[in-house]
Write a protein that binds this ligand. Sequence first.
Ligand code: GAL
Length: 818
Amino acid sequence: MKRTNLLVLLALLALTSCSKHKETAFRTDELLTRWQFTHVLGEDWQDVTVPHDWAISQPFDRSYDLQEVAVVQNGEQTATVKTGRSGGLPWMGSGWYRTRIATPDRDKCYTLYFDGAMSHARVSVNDELVCFWPYGYNAFYVDITPYITGDTTDVIVSLVNKPESSRWYPGAGLYRNVHLITTDKTHVPVWGTHITTPEVSNDKALVHIDVDVAGPKDNILVLTTLYYGDEPVASAEHASATMEVKNPHLWSPEEPNLYRAVTLLMRDDHILDSYTTRFGIRSIDYSPEHGFRLNGQTRKFKGVCLHHDLGPLGAAVHRDAIRHQLTLLKDMGCDAIRTSHNMPASELVELCEEMGFMMMIEPFDVWDWGKTKNDYNVHFHEWAERDITNMVLHFRNSPAVVMWSSGNEVWNQTFPKGYETVHFLQDIFHRLDPTRPVTCGMDQAKTVIYNGFAAAVELPGFNYRTGRYLEAYEHLPQKMLLGSETASTVSSRGIYKTPAVIRPDAIYDDGQCSGYDVEYCAWSGLPDQDFELQDDYPWTLGQFVWTGFDYLGEPSPYDTDAWPSHSSYFGIIDLASLPKDRFWLYRSQWNTAEPTLHLLPHWNWHEGDLVPVFCYTTYPEAELFVNGRSQGRLRFATREEAARLAKGEQIAGVSALPPVGEFAIPDWGTAPRPELLPRYRLMWHDVPYEAGELKVVVYDADGKAAAEQIIRTAAEPDHLQVDWVNKDEGAEELAYLTVTVRDKEGNLCPDAAPLITAQTDGCTFVAAANGDARSLDLFQEPQMHAFAGQCTFIIKGKGTVTFSAPHTPLSARRTVLK
Ligand code: GAL
């Protein structure tokens, strides 16, 4: 047998299917899930399962992390007390985790890998401090072999979270996975391969790999084989090698094809290590002529920003929960994620690769000028380079990642020499990864256009400030602009305030925001403004909406002494993973594969009320009926018609302008553009309410009735309906159950808010949420009030759950077969 054939055969033998954890017969990668935890060193150790967030199961309290600050970015001049800013949960303080690991083999190398530890992690092995990593979001690892003295080894991780270190809920503890990686002394270290695809076409691709080898290197042969599925497609015999792949299966959000590179380290025909790197073949480029191109095709990012928490699960990472989020976003037509404003969990990046989402990965919310007293500004000088290095090495082989961001709304934007830090950071990124550009989310538009900061950012990104896009385009040398953060529209699912008036910072006694999606914060705007910029200007690169999901903390506009508001109102989807109406507004623009038809609001009002009715749809025209009587037929306004509407003209057949409230626009803010709404929404502003049936009929381009939707006035609550909403997502462990209060006819009861309890038989209750930013119900007790008629329970395992609402006849059972 020829030597090369023999090597290929060996490579095949070495191959195991466990690509996720890079585990093969020659290395083991064990998830360390069983730990003990305490808040007081030496006492009260409790058994916990990692990933673990020590704060998320605790009661909320106004006093936690009260921050007396002026949020300068939001235009505040004087300090006020911010309640619930970081979630109203006890994530601050200290915690210790300990575990004992098996280390029986003196010939092996043992590496502890942390995917993130919140925060200021000090790792001790057999009582010796072996590693310190302050930034809670970053992954890090340490070779603990020199500290091992026997067959078992004690590991203790101490963590400290300072108050006033975050603008949102950071979570607490070992909230991401911890791995023990056992290898030969000669091995490929963590993040030890670098794969690029210098040439990509449909006929052929060049795949380049550089392999790092740790430990003794004498007589080492490095052999890499590339696989598509189980089929080997190319191989090479050097640590640095370029391979050709014929007719490659390109990666894209629509076809997320993945390859694996299996690298063998061999000495004297013995395999010492086998290391798997997952990668994709795709090309990206950005230019003023073509904008952003993926595999040669221009496209605009239909992206959302995400914070890392998973609602009622807190920061504790769970693949099923992330998969559920991404499944909903995919259905909306979203194709990109910005990991604001920190390094993501490995699981998010892996799922984006598999499910088809492009990513902007962003490490920092601040540089050396802090937004809160104890945030990353205290570490920036000493740690920024190390943090970027780990992050880029960790994720640079991912086809999903199409750009990096060096930071979000850093105040350095306003410094005379802020651009020097831009260059310093971009150079680090480029040294480690010459293939992707670096953006930066800028909100000080008026300043950065002229002070050199925006000109220094490789791919300029604007956060909001839609009114200054054109000015930026004219002045900046890049001639491209990314909506790095957009909209920040606020709403509460199922809550509608009439009349529907466009205005910033609207505050109501019930502490909610209007579901008509016409309210926002002073610094932000409405989705329609971003749609217009993306639709009308070829030099815009797309957008990342703030935010895909509601998150814990930052309850603007109820952030100033407005307890109990403690989670955001910005989400397109709420904290209970239930879509708000805005979901369908984005879907109607973004999902080009399936039609959208969505009517709002509910139909339970007082006789004689004048109710705004909106329809979000892909169909060009719609007619509204109340109890069979037409309320008029509407079509979308064209760009030209919107311009005429702006001048005060009325146009038959298109929606009239929605009312705009009276308010002063700060000079850094953006004036509302009410004329844009008739381009993207069909709106009947004053529909006289009459109990019964609200119906919309949509017509296709030929004027033929194509579909309809009916909302009926709901009677008294009659029963609970339980839907297992992630049933077909291939979840490994968690079932998401939506519980809805319905009347006898099956209509959702829009005001129903009973306390619903869950009793499990066989399975285990994990968490519950209702999407109410003011709810103080504990996430991790098996009961939750419905909010606007709905709530979500998360269950683990196989069994039956019985839901009931005490003191009512409402109940339901659901069996989860997993
Ligand atoms: C932005 C900021 C985000 C979030 C958002 C709320 O300015 O980058 O982190 O605070 O505002 O609208």
